[in-house]
Design a protein around this ligand. Sequence first.
Ligand code: SF4
Length: 91
Amino acid sequence: MTKIRITVFDDKEGYCRILGHHLRFSYCRSCQEGMPCFKILDCWFEKIDVQKFIEENYSAEEIERFLQTPKPKMQTLMTLIQRAQERMQRD
Ligand code: SF4
């Protein structure tokens, strides 16, 4: 059986509901520091065999990592502030 090459769908286009415009699959498969977007399965399953593409090009650990929903920026900021406050109280 032939493996799906990582670049094979790069020129396919779709509408991104997060960014509000059309973009290519090449962006979707690399926008999280070189790893796919966490919504790649939802956005592409009707157009390509994205499940097979993911399974054949990434390890189980990578898939688990990039499919996690990113923390909202505000939550990340609050966590950083909280940690800084805890550090200051310790010092
Ligand atoms: S996979 Fe991510 S970047 Fe690509 S269209 Fe969907 S939400 Fe947008």
